[in-house]
Ligand binder design. Structure first.
Ligand code: TXA
Ligand code: MG
Length: 364
């Protein structure tokens, strides 16, 4: 057992293999590709989060993804391929808008929803007539998908509705020995999932904000709209990532958003009330807010710092780790401050914080 996993007691780690994030060893990649071709499950790093991969043309392998993640079969998977040239066999139509976006952002954290061809098994698309496809940029993901020589269906490698894994340790904790092989290349650089764009609607729609910002998409496709209203229920979801409870820690999280002074005042009040009731509280906020709170709140209040608000990439890349850290403190409640910016990656951070709150949002 490598020492860094020893703290995850009970987790089976014999299936973890370290691999260089920039120059992955070909022998390891070939071994992982063989597992995929044989119908096995491989967890691997992408530039966004760790994925749980299976051969997208193999019914049994795809079904295992859902079982291992405890994911409802109504929630479709993203298919990963090595290049834009691998897309045509998977789709019934490849419109000009799709190839324009693909050329601009692939390889990278953008997923395109397109009409599905019969080569993609139905389970991947949860019975929909569409399929979500992306070309990952992470050298390990890219090498693996290329070596596998099959399209690789891969959701995030976490238990359904928990925070996505940005480190191999998270995969070990969530899925452990249920995965045949876990490739560990350290933390994932973006730290939030890909942006999902539906190109089967007119105008095209962002179903999930993510690693490619809406501003950058608009430069290429000015008509694009954002459609991430929180849906409820599980049947026929346009993008089941829209389910309200998602990416959530186990500890109940309340999100506070609105005028910063009012939010500060309200959270300060909530902390006092909770503490007088004997409740243990964790506050989750960016560094600027944490700095103010350290001066005003009781020194025993636990805080998890999301990082410098000016560096949206830092906040994004540590968000899921921060949610797991906050959870690990074993508090009764997490009180989270919404990030104020809606630009760039902050839109995705805001979206994930809202989902982590499972609808427990206080707007001030
Ligand atoms: O960054 C990512 O996208 C990561 C890495 C591993 O590539 N994958 C990921 O997969 O986040 P997952 O399964 O956790 O999220 C896939 C999202 C879900 O919100 C799902 O509803 C949506 O993509 N999706 C998949 N197929 C779809 C389809 N045919 N139509 C609409 N939405 C779809
Ligand atoms: Mg996921």
């Amino acid at each position: 057992m490598s020492p860094e996993y020893s703290k995850y007691t009970g987790a089976q780690v014999a299936n973890v293999v370290s691999v260089d994030a920039v120059h992955p060893d070909e022998t390891i990649i070939e071994r992982a590709a063989a597992v995929l071709r044989a119908g096995g499950l491989v967890a691997f790093p992408t530039e966004t989060v760790y994925g749980l991969g299976a051969d997208a043309t193999n019914h049994a392998a795809v079904a295992r993804i859902f079982t291992v993640k405890r994911r409802p079969f109504t929630d479709p998977l993203i298919v990963h391929v090595a290049s834009i040239d691998d897309v045509p066999p998977l789709v019934a139509d490849f419109p000009a808008t799709a190839s324009t976006l693909a050329r601009a952002f692939w390889p990278g954290p953008l997923t395109l929803v397109l009409p599905r061809s019969v080569r993609v098994v139905r389970e991947v698309s949860a019975g929909l007539d569409t399929v979500a496809i992306r070309v990952p940029a992470h050298p390990v993901a890219h090498a693996l998908v290329r070596a596998a020589a099959v399209p690789v269906a891969a959701p995030s490698a976490n238990l359904f509705s928990c925070p996505s894994p940005t480190r191999a340790e998270h995969v070990v904790v969530d899925l452990g020995s249920a995965v045949d092989l876990i490739l560990d290349a350290g933390p994932t650089p973006v730290g939030l999932e890909s942006t999902v764009v539906d190109l089967t609607t007119d105008p095209p729609a962002v179903l999930r904000p993510g690693g490619v910002s809406v501003e950058r998409l608009r430069e290429i496709l000015p008509s694009i709209v954002v459609k991430t209203a929180h849906a409820s229920g599980a049947a026929a979801l346009p993008s089941p990532g829209m389910l309200t409870r998602h990416y959530a820690p186990r500890t109940p999280l309340t999100l506070f958003e609105g005028v910063p002074e009012r939010v500060l005042e309200r959270v300060g009040h909530e902390v006092q009330v909770a503490r007088s009731n004997g409740q243990r509280i964790v506050v989750l906020a960016t560094t600027d807010v944490v700095t103010v709170l350290r001066r005003t709140l009781d020194e025993h209040v636990m805080m998890v710092d999301l990082g410098d608000v000016e560096h949206e990439q830092t906040v994004a890349s540590s968000l899921y780790q921060s949610l797991r850290d906050a959870d690990a403190l074993g508090a009764d409640r997490i009180l989270a401050f919404q990030v104020t910016s809606e630009r760039g990656l902050s839109l995705a951070v805001r979206d994930r914080l809202r989902r982590a709150s499972a609808g427990s949002i206080v707007s001030l």
